[in-house]
Design a protein around this ligand. Sequence first.
Ligand code: NAG
Ligand code: NAG
Ligand code: NAG
Ligand code: NAG
Ligand code: NAG
Ligand code: NAG
Ligand code: NAG
Length: 295
Amino acid sequence: MPSSDRMTGAIKLRLVLLLVVVGAAAISVAAAAAADVDSFSYPVFDATTTQDLVAGSNTSILTPASLLFNQDALFAEFNRTEGFLLLSRTVDVWRVGTGGAPAFEASFNTSFALSGGAPVAFVVLRDSYPTLYGTGGLRGFANYSASDADDGATSRNASGSLVSVEAGPVRSYGPDSPAVGLNVTVTPNDARVAVWIEYDAGVHRLSVYVAGAGEARPATALLDAPLGLAGERTTEKAMVGFFAGAVQDILVGVRDWNLTVDRFFDSSGGGDGWKKGTSSWVILLAVLGSVAAMA
Ligand SMILES: *[C@@H]1O[C@H](CO)[C@@H](O)[C@H](O)[C@H]1NC(C)=O
Ligand SMILES: *[C@@H]1O[C@H](CO)[C@@H](O)[C@H](O)[C@H]1NC(C)=O
Ligand SMILES: *[C@@H]1O[C@H](CO)[C@@H](O)[C@H](O)[C@H]1NC(C)=O
Ligand SMILES: *[C@@H]1O[C@H](CO)[C@@H](O)[C@H](O)[C@H]1NC(C)=O
Ligand SMILES: *[C@@H]1O[C@H](CO)[C@@H](O)[C@H](O)[C@H]1NC(C)=O
Ligand SMILES: *[C@@H]1O[C@H](CO)[C@@H](O)[C@H](O)[C@H]1NC(C)=O
Ligand SMILES: *[C@@H]1O[C@H](CO)[C@@H](O)[C@H](O)[C@H]1NC(C)=O
């Protein structure tokens, strides 16, 4: 199963792997692919829809994230820990061409409703999870400062009557990769809002639109910033989802999450042989102190 291989490869430490067989009742929330985009749609995060999502903190990875709905003290604590809720499969961000330069770059659009007042970030990471127990934690060094103004590594912010928005990098990958991917943090001023985040790879621009719940996307973006994701900022495929100061802020605050990403190849030919929605194993990766179980 590619996702678990990728994750165990990435974290290579102290994991106790519990395998639980589940029937063939695979959940395919995320497989409604149109002709040339990959589409993902989650009306709500619940015990069913999170079966093909992954939750991660700075010390452990929980897959499937639906375990968060098991009434157990371990999972209740995970709920309150800062971390990510991510698609269990990666999406295409760019493709290398001859000579090593990026040949293709994907545009993407995502939209979601947000309520509750807690900041929630839409994030594009790398193709592997940040190092567990990494130096600086998921939020990186407090003294991080970006020098490259044009690729999105410099944080930009904007405030409106409904929200404040900050767009910058993900800082979870340690001192060697202090500014990775994309981190669009939205802090609602209280009420329920609708958020649209659009990345146009053709012109390398990020646009964030915000409206009241149920309203149409406004014509004018609240935040509009240069962004380049191809190249060193992230890997060709990337994990995508949300980050919050408590994982449950994502579960509770985000509704109607839609994501469409340009697809480079037909799903029959590309995609690492990944089969969407066909998982028949549920894998719990639980970090139990320093118990060494895998090498
Ligand atoms: C985690 O948070 C979600 C959303 O509030 C809740 O439905 C779930 O019961 C919580 N899980 C635990 C184990 O407390
Ligand atoms: C994103 O939305 C714009 C219209 O706002 C559309 O032109 C574009 O094709 C969409 N791209 C993706 C990847 O969904
Ligand atoms: C993980 O993050 C939490 C919350 O930010 C922090 O309190 C804790 O010290 C971190 N643990 C490690 C091992 O970095
Ligand atoms: C930032 O903090 C880290 C850890 O304390 C330190 O190693 C690094 O030199 C600092 N960087 C700058 C630019 O001050
Ligand atoms: C943007 O961020 C800077 C630095 O964090 C802060 O001083 C400023 O008030 C923010 N502006 C808005 C509009 O949120
Ligand atoms: C995302 O950006 C926000 C705002 O700058 C920051 O507070 C948060 O720590 C960042 N999260 C990650 C995972 O980099
Ligand atoms: C999200 O996708 C669903 C299903 O395709 C659609 O009904 C809904 O209108 C979309 N929501 C937004 C805000 O685009």
